[in-house]
Design a protein around this ligand. Structure first.
Ligand code: ATR
Length: 281
């Protein structure tokens, strides 16, 4: 039931209709008995700034931000967390009552939570990690890995300049490499993360010599449709532990929910099952 006190939050994207976030947040709200609602907003490609300005002053509590607005979200904010700044993107905006906008990034937290749950023996400080890709998602992952204590992060990308730009922004622990030299990075890595928009593995046009990774190297794919991607299948075939992008999605939603509604999501809701149903698996 919507009342006069209902706290409103949502997700902004273009498009937004595929977003799973409304299902997750509203299931948590119902189970927790919180007077709140989480709705999708789909401004046109050029309408993001007007939408965000309209929310200033606490018209709604906050929004998650998805493609293609994450970089713009960071710029529109008045205050930014360190992680959002280093990721150069925000997936969470909070509208303070005094009119200010706070930008945060919970994608990195989501990534680390997914590893903690699905690869509990792994930890970032154990050795180098390889991130494949050098777009916004990759930069966020690199920032999160460094914050979690990774001593070295290889950024392997088709276009070397973009990997070099991440190294320039995030420091000397970041080692840029062209895709052709991926093997040198994979050999030394405790984890490999696909953060390209392409998908990796059989039939995707982007192949990696995963067999070069050491035993026990954790393989993670930010793609989650299907949940076990060709890249993760390849990893399983080699006996490598895997972490999936669906768990990262859930992992970023949890701290977002707390920021909007003031409580951690209730553990009894099987949001993974809900999400799997939503993507038809
Ligand atoms: P996002 O913000 O979601 O990370 P992006 O900024 O468009 O998306 O970045 C996409 C990433 O996927 C880039 O690293 C891109 O490589 P380039 O920098 O060389 O363009 C990578 N990518 C996309 N399609 C690819 C393909 N077919 N082969 C290799 N890399 C690909």
């Amino acid at each position: 039931m919507i009342t006069g006190k209902t706290v409103v939050a949502g997700v902004v994207g273009h498009p937004v209709s595929h977003s799973m976030s409304p299902r997750l947040h509203n299931a948590w709200l119902a189970a927790a008995g919180i007077d709140g609602v989480y709705v999708p907003f789909a401004p046109g490609a050029h309408g993001f700034q007007r939408l965000v300005e309209g929310f200033r002053g606490g018209a709604i509590r906050g929004v998650n931000v998805t493609l293609p607005f994450k970089e713009q979200a960071l710029k529109l904010a008045d205050r930014r967390t360190d992680l959002a700044e280093r990721a150069a993107a925000a997936n969470l905006l909070l509208f303070e009552p005094d009119g200010r906008i706070l930008a945060d990034n919970t994608d990195g937290v989501g990534l680390m939570r997914a590893f903690a749950l699905q690869a509990p023996k792994w930890s970032a400080d154990r050795g180098p990690v390889t991130v494949v890709g050098a777009g916004g998602a990759a930069r966020g992952a690199v920032a999160a890995l460094l914050a979690a204590g990774a001593p070295k992060v290889f950024v392997v990308n088709r276009t070397l300049e973009k990997a070099e730009a991440i190294a320039q922004a995030l420091g000397p622990q970041v080692k840029p490499l062209p895709l052709l030299h991926a093997v040198g990075a994979l050999r030394d890595s405790t984890a490999v993360i696909n953060a390209t928009s392409a998908g990796v593995g059989a039939g995707t046009g982007l192949d990696l010599p995963l067999e070069a990774t050491p035993d026990g190297c954790v393989v993670m794919d930010m793609f989650y449709k299907p949940v076990v991607t060709p890249f993760l299948e390849q990893a399983q075939g080699l006996g490598r532990p895997i972490v999936d992008g669906l768990q990262m999605l859930i992992g970023q939603a949890e701290p977002s929910f707390e920021a909007f509604f003031g409580a951690w999501p209730p553990a009894e809701v099987d949001v993974r099952a809900l999400a799997l149903e939503a993507i038809g698996q």
